[in-house]
Design a protein around this ligand. Structure first.
Ligand SMILES: [Cu+2]
Length: 484
């Protein structure tokens, strides 16, 4: 609606006119014509915009334009809501664009006014009607997105519109908090010093098996919706195996006969796909091709021979975009960890198996969606677990991406030796300080804890680790204690 008040290009010739005594007639004519043209274009644009308003909500355009109400541009992205979100009391309209890569929407919690689900690049107009002074919450209703940062306030107060306009020149379009630098420094510091924060529940717990008389290792899993504390005090309805995120780790030896009994207590049909693991086709867990869906309340038994080493994972395949993103994923490891003991790689010799003091071997499961959101092993910073080691020890992590987008995982100070991709040992392992892990991929890395200190370890997509509210999401640290 700003087009109505201030047709941008039609005012451009004005300065020339005012200082132009004796401007050639041709020039005047040209500007006159150009002005007319621009006005015409502006008028068409306005008609278009009004048309849009009327499609969405008849009459709202009138309120925002003629009635002097405010129109605010709002940009959605992963995972932020940006815009000059303050206005005077009165009719308020939002022009909402999805500048992100995932689908988002925007709802005003107090009234329930909501845009449709917008795909990347789409936009919509949201008429909020007449709002009294107060603080209103705007958030994305896609599960997990508000928790990941897509929640903000619309401040309606006398003078709010001016505050927004005065800030409109900076990149943050007058976000009233943006220039409160002390407050921002405080929030960032406070959020970081909260690490490591205790929360209920720990994922990746090793799953016990029952050894059957014929040597089969029998495991039992229950899939259900359970409460999960993603970050301190923030409990979500996660879809879990045995109540934890990531689900329990299964570890077996090559040659083991494996039986897994799954009880489905989720409301949807499910199955389990053994990702990166060799199985007979009818055990691949792809309902309805290789089996019937395991309906809510039913159980199913998988059985296969663990005939080859694997750094695999297991997760639902049927309705995976709901169940997996909300927590139903876990590590499944067969056989020995293929560390290249004794090899020299780019001039660095890895100790022999006898010499190498391996402090930790951990799955590092990445997620970015569903109710779990941007997390490492089912927890968002500061609830992520630190890796504590002693100087001189080595660590191993198996990165697993169970989310929707790649995550470049960067460890400060210590180079990581990538020695297996998707569980397949590399003939030529390599050192890297940042490893980009795409959905479905696994990378196994080995690092030397050479120097004492707190060394952060995080996804290097910076909006996956920080917001204006401070640090969150995909960050943890390797804490190296001095050797005695
Ligand atoms: Cu990331």
């Amino acid at each position: 609606m700003t087009v109505l008040d201030d047709p941008p290009a039609s005012s451009a010739p004005a300065p020339k006119k005012s200082d132009g005594n004796g401007a050639p007639i041709g020039t005047l004519l040209f500007f006159g014509m150009a002005g007319l043209l621009v006005l015409l274009v502006a008028a068409v644009a306005v008609i278009g915009v009004v048309g849009l308003f009327q499609d969405d909500d008849g009459g709202s355009g009138d309120g925002a334009g003629a009635g002097g109400g405010a129109t605010i541009s709002v940009a959605l992205s992963e995972f932020a809501i940006d815009g000059a979100l303050s206005a005077d009391p009165g009719a308020i309209t939002l022009n909402v664009s999805n500048d992100g890569s995932q689908q988002h929407d925007l709802e005003l919690r107090e009234t329930g006014a909501k845009t449709p689900l917008l795909s990347s690049g789409e936009s919509a107009t949201l008429a909020l009607g007449e709002l009294d002074a107060g603080s209103y919450e705007l958030y994305c209703t896609v599960p997990g997105h508000a928790e990941s940062g897509m929640s903000t306030n619309l401040e309606v107060a006398a003078g709010g519109g001016e505050a927004a306009a005065s800030g409109a020149d900076d990149d943050h379009e007058g976000d009233p908090n943006y220039w409160n630098t002390e407050e921002m420094d405080r929030k960032m510091t406070e959020s970081m010093l909260a690490y490591p924060a205790a929360t209920e529940g720990l994922g990746n717990e090793l799953l016990e098996y029952e050894l059957m008389p014929d040597g089969t290792k029998q495991f039992e899993l229950t899939a259900a919706i359970t409460k999960w504390e993603v970050s301190p005090g923030e409990f979500v309805d996660a879809w879990t195996y045995n109540g934890i995120v990531p689900g329990p780790q299964i570890k077996v030896d090559v040659g083991d006969n494996v039986r897994v009994i799954l009880h489905n207590e989720t409301p949807l049909g499910t199955d389990i796909h053994w990702h990166g693991i060799d199985t007979p086709n009818d055990q691949d867990g792809v309902a309805p091709f290789t089996q019937d869906p395991i309906k809510s309340g039913e159980s199913f038994t998988y059985e296969f021979l663990a005939d080859a080493p694997s750094i695999g994972m297991y997760h639902a395949h049927f309705h995976s975009q709901i169940s997996v993103l909300n927590g139903m994923f876990a590590a499944f490891i067969i056989g020995d960890n293929p560390i290249p003991y004794g090899e020299t790689i780019s001039g660095v010799t890895i100790p022999t198996e006898e010499e190498l003091d391996l402090a930790v071997e951990i799955p590092m499961v990445l997620n970015d969606a569903g109710v779990i959101g941007l997390t490492l092993n089912g927890k968002s910073f500061p609830a992520t677990e630190p890796v504590v080691m002693k100087q001189g020890q080595w660590g191993v992590a198996h990165y697993y991406n169970e989310g929707l987008t790649p995550h470049p995982m960067h460890m400060h100070q210590f180079p990581q030796l990538v020695y297996a991709k998707d569980g397949i040992p590399l003939d030529h392992p390599y050192w890297a300080d940042t490893i980009n892990v795409a959905p479905g991929e696994r990378y196994s890395v080995l690092w030397p804890a050479e120097d004492p200190g707190v060394w952060v370890w995080h996804c290097h997509i910076l909006t996956h680790v920080e917001s204006e509210e401070g640090m969150f999401g995909m960050v943890t640290a390797v804490i190296v204690e001095e050797a005695e």
